[in-house]
Design a protein around this ligand. Structure first.
Ligand code: NAD
Length: 345
């Protein structure tokens, strides 16, 4: 496979690049290095490979055209993006330019120069809005559907909330429309929480890594100020370990004839679902400590419950997640410990 990864120095992108390189695939990384940690991820990829890297910006049509014409990829994994809801609210234009214009630039470059190239796009569960119609009950540590085992599938009405939801959703729809209207081989993945190593989690994005970091820092410094949890902490997501996300991206390419023109909800499934409170309780048990945190108001359009129904992906892409949340959180704690140690050097 000759793959171009936009956002290839990011969390998901660098994990995907590493996997493809290890299989002997040809990989080119395109990234603006705007994300905190992207430079470190690129250095990491270069520590074991001669991966070609282009410093460019998806907002710039010329940058995108150049790299597409140069690489003539079999597949573009389009992962470059403005990734946080909170920052989209502060800078909606920037969010729009990166996520919508950037995606159009990728689509147009392919339409004009390499129409046979597959594009796999990372969209978001935010395209479904607040999901207020879900019939939820509030249990001790989580919200859950009254009808046990009811996950969210792709027939759910789309409803874009927040600038981030609008920009990811617009790009998601353009991807599908370029398959319909121009015959491009596009696939859309709608993810909620992806977690694991090489994510440089922040307060704004990457809550599993962020809370693992808060817990580790609380352990080494018991007197530190409490950290914060937005909302009541009972909001539930299904955790998708990055190694499973990587396999999903590869599966989308390998099954492109069946998958193209489709959107797929891709998550860890019910067995890997967790609320914020449940993660904090797990961390308390694992690290043998009592965490100190305070509550902030709910974040805008924070869904109380999102668990992906992976049925369509399982049927058309022969994919399902395999990493348990317990194992994944272990590895995330190891990664965060490594980051803390590197910072203290
Ligand atoms: N991580 C998650 O939980 C999650 C959930 C839903 C959707 N997604 C989507 O998956 C994709 C990858 O997410 P991630 O977690 O790896 O994020 P990330 O921030 O780690 O990676 C994104 C990469 O894009 C690069 N980038 C940003 N703006 C750019 C621009 N204008 N031009 C070129 N490169 C640019 C960044 O430097 C970064 O390396 C994103 O599109 C994100 O919206 C992620």
């Amino acid at each position: 496979m000759n793959a171009l990864i936009t956002g290839g120095a990011g969390f998901v992108g660098s994990n995907l690049a590493e996997y493809l390189i290890s299989r002997g695939d040809q990989v080119t990384v395109f990234d603006s290095l705007a994300r905190h940690g992207a430079f470190e991820n690129l250095e990491w990829l270069r520590s074991f490979s001669k991966v070609p890297f282009t410093h460019g910006d998806v907002r710039n049509a010329f940058d995108v055209e150049q790299i597409v014409r140069q690489v003539m990829p079999d597949v573009i994994f389009h992962l470059a993006g403005q990734v946080a809801m909170t920052t989209s609210v502060q800078s909606p234009r920037r969010d729009f330019e990166i996520n919508v214009l950037g995606s159009i630039n990728v689509l147009e470059a392919v339409r004009q120069y390499t129409p046979g190239t597959a594009i796999i796009y990372a969209s978001s569960n935010k395209v479904y809005g607040n999901l207020d119609h879900l019939d939820l009950v509030e249990a001790g540590t989580r919200y859950e559907p009254r009808q046990t085992g009811k996950a969210v599938d792709e027939s759910t009405a789309i409803e874009f909330h927040t600038p981030y939801g609008c920009s990811k959703g617009a790009a998601d729809q353009y991807m599908l429309d370029y398959a319909r209207g121009y015959g491009l081989k596009t696939v859309v993945f709608r993810h909620s929480t992806i977690y694991g190593g090489r994510q440089f989690a922040t307060y704004d994005q990457g809550w599993v890594g962020w809370f693992c970091r808060q817990a580790l820092e609380s352990k080494s410094n018991p007197g530190r100020a409490p950290f914060t949890v937005s909302g009541d902490g009972k909001q539930v997501r299904d955790l998708l370990h990055v190694s499973d996300a990587v396999r999903a991206y590869v599966a989308a390419y390998e099954n492109i004839a069946d998958g193209c023109g489709n959107a797929f909800n891709i998550g860890g499934g019910f067995e890997n679902s967790m609320s914020l409170l449940e993660l904090l309780q797990l961390l308390e048990r694992k690290l043998e400590l009592k965490l100190q945190y305070t509550h902030l108001p709910w974040r805008q359009s924070d869904q109380k419950f999102f668990v992906a129904d992976n049925g369509k992906a399982s049927k058309l892409l022969s994919w399902k997640p395999s990493t348990s949340k317990e194992k994944g959180i272990e590895s995330t704690l190891a990664w965060e410990s490594q980051c803390i140690a590197a910072l203290s050097k």
